[in-house]
Design a protein around this ligand. Structure first.
Ligand code: MN
Length: 580
C-alpha cells in the first residue's frame, strides 16, 4: 500500500529541477485530479489519486516532459468524472487536453472477443502514436502502475489483463525501443500468471546474489587492470537477466533454473564507438568467447534503434557471462527508446517512415482484413520476437522468429520471392523450409521466371509472404481456367494446327482440375489438391493433407496406413477440412 503524502513528496523532489511555472502546474493538476476523483477508490481500497500520482512518477522515470506529467496526472479524469475535454483545454491548454483524450480513447474499447479487442487496442495505439507518440508513453506509465497493483483484482480479470500485457503492451514497448518498460511489464505479468515460477527464480537469484557479486567483482577487477593503462573511461553495471527471459529459457530448453548458465549479464559503458570495439577486443583476449554469441548491433542497429555489442564469454569453467558494450548515449536510448530520442530532440512526433514496422501496420490497415486476420498478422509479423538476417551485401532484414529463406526472399522484394529457386545461409545451401538463425547471412538464388509452389504455403511463417503466395497461386488458377475456356473453343473449331501444344494444355488442365467435392485447406478454398488413391477418402471421413512436391496437396484419410511410410510426413502435413 502506498502512502499519498509520501508519493506527493516524492513527486515534489523529482520535479525540483523543472521550471517554476511547470512545477506549479503539475502540483495544481494533482489538486484538480484529487477533486475529480474524490470519493473514488482503487481496487486496493486506496484513495484513487494514488494511481495518477504513481503514473506521473513512472513518467518521470521515463524522462517525460512537464506536459506529459500533467497529462499523466489527469489521464483518468475525463473517463471517470464529469470533467470534459473542453474544461481541460480551458485550464491546461489544447496540447495537454489532446494527450488526455488520446489516453482515454485507447482505454475505451467495444469489442466482443479477445482478438477483436487486441486488434482494436493496437489500432488505437497506432493512431494515437502517429498523432503524438507521447500518448503511448503515458499509456505505458498507466499500464505499469495497473500491473504493479494487479493483485487486488478478481482472478479472472488478473489473467486477462496479464495476458493482454504479454500479447500487446510488452511487445509494443519493445518495438519502440523501451526495453526497460518491456522487461518490467513482462516480469509483472509473469508474477501474476505464474507466481510459483516467479518465486523460484526470485529465490534462486537472491540466494546466489553473493556468489554472483563475487564473480562480477572479479570481472570488473580484471577489466580495470587491463584498461587502466590505456586511460579509457568506462563503467560497469551488472544485474540478473530479467525474470521473464529466464523463465522463457527454462521453458524453451525444459531446464531447471540451476541449469540455465547465463543468469546475469555485465554491461560496460564507455565514451566512444571506437572504445566500444577496443574494449570488446580486450574482453575476448581475456576470456574465451562462446561461438555464435557475438552480435554487433552498433554497425547494424536493431530497427527499434537498439545499439550495443553483445558477446558471451566463459569466465570460469561452467560460468558464462553475457557482456554488453555500448556508449552512454546508446544505453539511454536502449532503455527508453523513443522517449529518449524525443528527450534529446525538439520534434517529438515520429514519422511513419522512421519505422519500418509502422509502415507495415499501415499496410495491414489498408487491406481491409477481418479482425481475426488483422490481429494474427500483427501478432505474427510485428509483435513476435524478431531475428536479424543479413543480405550478402550486409543489409539487415528484420523477421519474426521462426522465419525461413522464403520469408526473407519476400521481405526483400515480392519479385525475389516469386522467382526464388533456392537459398544459401552462411555459404551453405539450405532447404527453403529451414528456420533461419539470428545473424545468418542469407543469399537467395533466383530463376528467370516465377517459381511459386503450393508447398511454399507450409514453409513460410510471415503473413506477408503467405498473402503474396496465395495471390500468385490464385493468378495461376485463373490463368489455367482461362486456358481451359480457350481450349474448349479451340476444340469446337477443330483448330488443330498445333496439336502438341493442345495436348500439353490438356494435361495441364487435368492436373489443375479439382475434384467436385470441396475441401478447405488451412482456411483456404480454391487450392490445388488430389485425393490419395490408397485410401480414397469420402466426405465425413477424417482427413489430413500432405504437401507433395509438384502435385499440390494430397488428401488422405487421417488414419491411412500409408502415411507412416511417407518420409517427412510430420513436417509437410497440413490441416484440411471438408466444406459444405
Ligand atoms: Mn489509469
Amino acid at each position: 500500500m502506498q502512502n499519498k503524502e509520501k508519493l506527493l513528496e516524492q513527486l515534489k523532489t523529482s520535479i525540483i529541477n523543472f521550471e517554476p511555472k511547470d512545477k506549479e502546474t503539475i502540483l495544481n493538476a494533482v489538486k484538480f485530479a484529487e477533486k475529480c476523483h474524490k470519493d473514488q477508490l482503487r481496487a486496493s481500497g486506496e484513495e484513487y489519486i494514488i494511481h495518477p500520482i504513481s503514473v506521473a512518477l513512472n513518467l518521470i522515470n521515463m524522462r517525460a516532459d512537464a506536459e506529459m506529467i500533467i497529462a499523466g496526472i489527469l489521464h483518468d479524469v475525463v473517463e471517470d468524472s464529469p470533467v470534459t475535454y473542453e474544461e481541460i483545454t480551458k485550464i491546461y491548454g489544447e496540447k495537454i487536453a489532446n494527450l488526455v483524450d488520446g489516453v482515454t480513447k485507447i482505454s475505451k474499447l467495444k469489442a466482443s472477443n479477445k482478438s477483436e479487442q487486441n486488434a482494436e487496442t493496437i489500432r488505437k495505439m497506432l493512431f494515437a502514436m502517429i498523432k503524438d507518440i507521447r500518448v503511448i508513453i503515458i499509456k505505458f506509465a498507466d499500464k505499469l502502475h495497473n500491473m504493479q497493483t494487479l493483485e487486488y483484482l478478481p482472478k479472472e480479470k488478473i489473467k486477462r489483463i496479464a495476458n493482454e500485457t504479454l500479447d500487446i503492451y510488452a511487445p509494443l514497448a519493445g518495438r519502440i525501443g523501451m526495453g526497460v518498460i518491456k522487461n518490467e511489464l513482462e516480469n509483472l505479468a509473469l508474477k501474476s500468471l505464474k507466481p510459483d515460477i516467479y518465486d523460484i527464480i526470485d529465490d534462486y537469484i537472491v540466494k546466489n546474489e553473493m556468489n554472483i557479486e563475487t564473480t562480477l567483482d572479479e570481472i570488473t577487477k580484471i577489466i580495470k587492470c587491463k584498461l587502466g593503462k590505456k586511460e579509457i573511461p568506462f563503467a560497469i553495471k551488472s544485474r540478473p537477466k530479467h525474470y521473464y527471459s529466464i523463465y522463457k529459457k527454462m521453458r524453451k530448453y525444459d531446464k531447471k533454473i540451476d541449469e540455465i548458465f547465463d543468469l546475469f549479464g555485465v554491461r560496460i559503458i564507455t565514451d566512444t564507438i571506437d572504445n566500444c570495439y577496443f574494449i570488446f577486443g580486450i574482453v575476448h583476449s581475456i576470456w574465451m568467447p562462446i561461438p555464435g554469441r557475438f552480435k554487433d548491433y552498433i554497425s547494424s542497429p536493431k530497427h527499434n534503434g537498439y545499439r550495443s555489442l553483445h558477446t558471451t564469454v566463459l569466465v570460469e569453467k561452467r560460468k558464462a557471462v553475457e557482456i554488453q558494450i555500448r556508449t552512454e548515449e546508446m544505453d539511454k536510448v536502449n532503455e527508453y527508446g523513443v522517449a529518449a530520442h524525443w528527450f534529446y530532440k525538439e520534434d517529438s512526433t515520429p514519422k511513419v517512415e522512421d519505422f519500418d514496422w509502422l509502415k507495415n501496420l499501415m499496410e495491414f490497415n489498408k487491406e481491409g482484413l477481418s479482425w481475426e486476420d488483422y490481429y494474427n498478422a500483427i501478432r505474427d509479423d510485428i509483435l513476435k520476437e524478431e531475428i536479424y538476417i543479413f543480405t550478402p551485401k550486409g543489409d539487415i532484414i528484420e523477421l519474426p522468429k521462426g522465419s525461413t529463406p522464403l520469408d526473407f526472399a519476400f521481405k526483400i522484394h515480392t519479385d525475389v520471392g516469386y522467382r526464388c529457386k533456392g537459398a544459401k545461409a552462411n555459404g551453405n545451401i539450405i532447404s527453403l523450409n529451414t528456420e533461419l538463425n539470428n545473424g545468418d547471412v542469407v543469399d537467395i538464388l533466383t530463376g528467370a521466371k516465377p517459381n511459386v509452389k503450393l508447398s511454399w504455403l507450409a514453409y513460410v511463417k510471415t503473413n506477408h509472404a503467405k498473402r503474396k503466395i496465395k495471390y500468385a497461386l490464385s493468378q495461376i488458377n485463373q490463368e489455367s481456367q482461362f486456358a481451359k475456356k480457350k481450349e474448349t473453343k479451340e476444340e469446337l473449331k477443330e483448330d488443330n494446327k498445333d496439336k502438341n501444344i493442345t495436348i500439353e494444355k490438356k494435361t495441364q488442365i487435368k492436373k489443375v482440375k479439382s475434384p467436385k467435392i470441396a475441401v478447405e485447406i488451412n482456411g483456404e478454398k480454391n487450392l490445388l489438391f488430389n485425393f490419395a488413391k490408397c485410401c480414397n477418402p469420402s466426405p465425413k471421413d477424417d482427413i489430413i493433407g500432405f504437401v507433395s512436391r509438384g502435385r499440390g496437396i494430397i488428401i488422405h484419410k487421417a488414419d491411412c496406413k500409408s502415411l507412416k511410410n511417407i518420409k517427412d510426413f510430420e513436417n509437410r502435413k497440413i490441416e484440411v477440412n471438408w466444406t459444405e
